[in-house]
Design a binder for this molecule. Sequence first.
Ligand code: NAD
Ligand code: WQD
Length: 336
Amino acid sequence: MKKTIVTGGAGFIGSHTWVELLAAGCTPIIVDDLRNSEERVLLGLEKITGRKPVIHRIDCTDARAMNLVFVQEKPDSVIHFAADKAVGESVRDPLKYYHNNIGSLVTLLRVMADHKVKDLVFSSSCTVYGEGDKLPVTEDSPTGAAASPYGYTKVVCEQMLRDASIADPALRVVMLRYFNPIGAHPSAHIGELPIGVPNNLVPFITQAAAGLRDKLTVFGNDYPTRDGSCIRDYIHVVDLAKAHVLALQWIAKQKAPLCEVFNLGTGQGNTVLEAVHTFEEVNGVKVPFVIGPRRAGDVVAMYADTAKSLNVLGWRTELTLGDALRDAWRWQLALG
Ligand code: NAD
Ligand code: WQD
């Protein structure tokens, strides 16, 4: 049975991936200090699978602690989710982001080298494309014009991985550029846990619908799109999680050195207002909202070209925007 270290495995995307890894016959081991997640995620994982997750509560930038995990677990591969991800916070506190997001990858690559672990899946982001040169955006579109320190950490990590795989011809790396992950597990036992004020659209929608917020503010309706609001590629987190299993399986069949990048999106763009109205339709619940000014740094439209993920990994999304918004609402209701 293949053993995979899942850093950030108690987080939003990591926890859903843990479920899919287990279903695929892997042994996923969580490394997460719960700085942006909670104990209850572990209970949720147990409820879904009947298995108690193995977790090492350590900081991934701590080389000694990471080394001990590798000594103890003897993993075959790693999926590295652990990172800070709030775009606005990264503008206010860039060093926190450079320290954690880049530092944790440097530490991980060193420990992997020491233990001769060669297979790695890395969480990147569509943010590396900045505004994007054409739509849908393909993997060979230029990167590097990210709009935030957070975005730059992903650009730097990607380059670090390219350099590391040139230097170590045994490394096999897949970098996955996620578009806008949303939704929750259909069981409503795990989902997104925004601690404090959310960073992303869908928790704002569900919290406004639940009456936890007065209203949602739609950031701008004067963009050159079909209804004036921005377009994004919203992908169900369960579809996203499944891609990680396929990526690990694909890596295992490849020859090293390997450093390949894939877009993970639906290929479909939806506007903010479409997301709001789809939420209302599938759940039969109103979302109080107002139109506000544009948010600084927002790109008008971004959605993925998914041909490479389909052709190479054999991955495509199976769930719709409506499925994701239904599951997000079930999760919000479960959260109370
Ligand atoms: P998340 O915050 O829910 O999960 C990250 C997890 O990593 C958390 O449980 C946190 O406690 C843990 N963590 C962070 N730094 C750590 C450290 N130094 N040591 C130990 N644990 C640490 O975030 P997520 O949405 O699941 O994102 C996972 C990855 O995907 C991140 O790398 C993020 O940048 C990337 N990503 C996320 C999105 C998104 O919109 N959610 C989009 C694109 C890319
Ligand atoms: C989506 C749309 C907003 C909140 C971010 C990161 C990106 C990636 C995914 C990590 C936009 C609009 C939002 C609100 C709104 N993360 N919106 N009212 O900005 O596309 O991407 O998450 O890698 O790097 O930048 O996601 O969910 O913040 O916004 O109208 O209260 O919803 O303007 O058009 P974004 P988001």
